[in-house]
Ligand binder design. Structure first.
Ligand code: NAD
Length: 288
């Protein structure tokens, strides 16, 4: 039987836990967590992601500030705004929604965020701290996946975890978390991997983050595999929105072989937002 790894449900549970904690913070007269989000330009997907994050802040009782700038904003001006938030005593967490326009370096802007407020866990400092037994602010998506697997009490220790994708924000930190913190045996595949299926078929746990819709098909996995699909791609569709969301895994066929599988949407996405809230709470506690 296949169990759906219901990220939406677990994220809701985490949000309820956080909301309870915020109530206690209020009663104790302590600092309420405050998240600031920077959105540049009018990319529809980015707007949706930021709106979902703001909605989650409202739901748990965090304070939030949304700063929107036009596509044409110069890099120096954006960096100056990041500096201003870094220095703002009232703001505990800052996210800059990626991607940024071509004339702005996403790496430079991300690195500019104070590591104490980097609740996406994207800066080099927080990336490096995953290799400590006391990590700082965890990279949000890998942290959300770890939490999802743990809350479903999935056995990770000693299992073969195959990760497809070695990006800086997902695949690479995920591999460190699974090997160093969870004691899995980890294989990392990517665009240059020869014979991808040779590796994916060996996976007890398969985590896919490529942005290639439907890349993983049923013939590429073994019976009983745990599948985590990180990919979210907008595919043109004949519906009022004009698109549908598709993952990197061919859900309809792979689900018959998997013991556990995440849906898209409703799997990893809500867990990333839950991680962001957990990191903001942690950043607030550390600063106050
Ligand atoms: P990225 O473009 O930075 O990296 C893609 C990775 O996939 C690279 O390591 C590349 O080598 C690998 N890859 C690409 N094509 C491949 C192929 N044919 N075979 C094997 N490997 C291949 O992307 P990213 O930021 O890591 O994001 C990946 C996907 O996850 C995207 O769809 C993104 O939207 C999604 N994402 C979702 C969340 C969430 O919260 N659900 C968060 C972050 C990213």
């Amino acid at each position: 039987m296949t169990t759906i790894l219901d990220g939406k449900k677990i994220a809701n549970e985490i949000q309820s836990e956080i909301a309870k904690e915020v109530e206690e913070i209020k009663q104790d007269g302590k600092k309420i967590p405050h998240l600031a989000a920077i959105l540049v330009g009018d990319n529809g997907a980015s707007q949706t992601y930021v709106n979902n994050k703001i909605k989650a802040c409202k739901k748990v009782g965090f304070e939030y500030t949304l700063l929107q700038y036009p596509e044409s904003i110069r890099e120096e001006k954006l960096l100056a705004n990041v500096d201003r938030i870094n220095e703002d005593e009232d703001i505990d967490g800052l996210i800059v929604q990626l991607p940024l326009p071509d004339h702005i370096s996403g790496v430079k802007v991300t690195e500019h965020i104070s590591s104490a407020k980097d609740v996406d866990g994207f800066t080099n400092v927080n990336y490096g701290r995953i290799t400590s037994k006391k990590p700082g602010l965890m990279p949000a998506t890998p942290f959300g996946i770890q939490e999802l697997l743990n809350r479903y009490e999935i056995d990770i220790k000693g299992k073969h975890c195959v990760i497809v994708g070695n990006s800086r924000n997902v695949g690479a930190p995920m591999s460190t978390i699974m090997s160093y913190h969870e004691n899995a045996t980890v294989t990392v595949c990517h665009i240059h991997t020869q014979d991808l299926a040779l590796f994916t078929r060996q996976a007890d746990i398969l985590i896919v983050a490529t942005g290639q819709p439907g890349l993983i098909t049923a013939d590429m996995v073994k019976e009983g595999v745990v599948v985590v699909d990180v990919g979210i791609t907008r595919i043109p569709a004949d519906n009022p929105r004009g698109y549908m969301l598709k993952g990197d895994v061919e859900f309809e066929t792979v689900k018959f072989k998997a013991s556990y599988i995440t849906p898209v949407p409703g799997g990893v996405g809500p867990m990333t937002i839950a991680s962001l809230l957990l990191n903001t709470l942690k950043a607030t506690r550390a600063r106050h």
